[in-house]
Write a protein that binds this ligand. Structure first.
Ligand code: NDP
Length: 308
C-alpha cells in the first residue's frame, strides 16, 4: 500500500486543529490535517458565539470555524476529509491509517481530536439540540436570561453550570438522579448557597418537552414513580464529557477520565514528537478560545521539535 510521508500531521478539525494548522503553515511545516467525523468540531452544534473575542455582534459558529479552516488553507495547510483509524506511535516516523486504508507517516503529530459531551440519549433531547437543549452553559446560558432552565447531573460540571446559570436566569432546576451530588464539597456548598437553584433529588428526565419554537419543559420521573412536568426554556445536560483519546491510549498517558496529560504549560505528551491541544487534553476550561490557544502552542512546540 502506498505510504505518504509528512512532516507534521494534525488530527482533528476543531479550533485547536485549525489554529495549529495556521501556525504550522506559517512555520513552513507543511501540515496535513485530517478533520475527522465532525469538521468544525463541537462548536458546530451550537448557533451564535458571543464570547469569542473580536466579534462584538457575535459570530455564527459555522462561520467562525469555516473562517479558521479557510485561513489555514490560504496559508498552505493541506486540510483533508478523513478519519484517522489506526495509529502506531511506537515507531519512527509515526504511522497512521486513514479511513481504514490510506497510509500516512509523520515526523511530528498534533492530537486535537476534542471531546464529546455525553447526552442522555433521549430522542426528544436530540430533536431540540440547539433549540433549548445544550451541553454548555457558558456558550448558551446568555440566551436564557431571566428565564427558567434545568440542568441534568450532579457532578462538578453540573454544579458549575447551575451556579453560572443562576446568575443569569430566574430559576435553575437541577435534575439529580440520586439523593446526593457527586460534586466536590466546595461546589455543593455554592449550590446550596444559591437561592434560585432547586434540586430535584432522585429524579430522571423522561422527555424534553417542546414545540416548534423549542424547549418548553421537562417531564421528570422520581424514583418513587411520581411523574411531573417542570416548565423551562433551556435544558442543559452536564453528565460528563468523553475525550476522544481512545485511539492513542496505548501509547499516550491519560488521566483517570481519559484526558491526555500534557507537560504543564506546553503541549508535549509523554512521547517526544507527539503534542496534544484542545479539549482532548483540557478537562477544565473547554472553550473554543482556549482550544485555539493550545493549538497555537502545539504548533510552536512541534516547530521547535522539528527544527532541532
Ligand atoms: P462527573 O462524572 O463527575 O459527574 C457526572 C454527573 O452526571 C454525576 O452526578 C452523575 O450521577 C450524573 N449522570 C451521569 N450519567 C447520567 C445519566 N444518564 N442521567 C442522569 N445523571 C447522570 O462529570 P463532570 O463533568 O461533572 O466532571 C468530570 C471531571 O471533571 C470530574 O473529575 C470533576 O471533578 C472535574 N471537574 C472539575 C471542575 C472544577 O474543579 N471546577 C469543574 C468541572 C469538572 P451519579 O453521581 O449518580 O453517577
Amino acid at each position: 500500500m502506498e505510504n505518504q510521508h509528512v512532516k507534521c500531521l494534525i488530527i482533528g478539525g476543531g479550533p485547536a486543529g485549525y489554529t495549529a494548522a495556521i501556525y504550522a503553515s506559517r512555520a513552513a511545516l507543511e501540515p496535513v490535517l485530517y478533520e475527522g467525523n465532525e469538521p468544525g468540531g463541537q462548536l458546530t452544534t451550537t448557533t451564535v458565539i458571543e464570547n469569542f473575542p473580536g466579534f462584538p455582534g457575535g459570530v455564527d459558529a459555522n462561520q467562525l470555524m469555516n473562517g479558521m479552516r479557510e485561513q489555514a488553507v490560504k496559508l498552505g495547510a493541506d486540510i483533508r476529509r478523513g478519519v484517522v483509524t489506526e495509529v502506531d506511535l511506537g515507531s519512527r516516523p509515526f504511522a497512521f491509517t486513514v479511513d481504514g486504508e490510506k497510509r500516512i507517516s509523520a515526523d511530528a503529530v498534533i492530537i486535537a481530536t476534542g471531546a464529546t459531551a455525553r447526552y442522555l440519549g433521549l430522542p426528544s433531547e436530540q430533536k431540540f439540540k440547539g433549540m433549548g437543549v445544550s451541553a454548555c452553559a457558558t456558550c448558551d446560558g446568555f440566551f436564557y436570561r431571566k428565564k427558567d432552565v434545568a440542568v441534568v447531573g450532579g457532578g462538578d460540571t453540573a454544579c458549575e453550570e447551575a451556579t453560572y446559570l443562576a446568575g443569569l436566569c430566574r430559576k435553575v432546576y437541577m435534575i439529580v438522579r440520586r439523593d446526593a451530588l457527586r460534586a466536590s464539597e466546595a461546589m455543593q456548598q455554592r449550590v446550596r448557597n444559591t437561592a434560585n437553584i432547586e434540586i430535584l433529588w432522585n429524579c430522571n428526565t423522561r422527555e424534553v418537552l417542546g414545540d416548534a419554537n423549542g424547549v418548553t419543559g421537562v417531564s421528570v420521573i422520581r424514583k418513587d414513580g411520581e411523574v411531573f412536568d417542570i416548565a423551562v426554556d433551556g435544558f442543559f445536560v452536564a453528565i460528563g464529557h468523553h475525550p476522544q483519546s481512545d485511539l492513542f491510549a496505548k501509547w499516550i498517558d491519560t488521566d483517570e477520565n481519559g484526558y491526555i496529560v500534557t507537560n504543564g504549560r506546553d503541549s508535549r505528551t509523554n512521547i517526544e514528537g507527539v503534542f496534544a491541544a484542545g479539549d482532548v487534553q483540557d478537562p477544565h476550561y473547554r472553550q473554543a478560545i482556549n482550544a485555539a490557544a493550545s493549538g497555537c502552542r502545539a504548533a510552536l512546540d512541534a516547530e521547535k521539535y522539528l527544527k532541532r
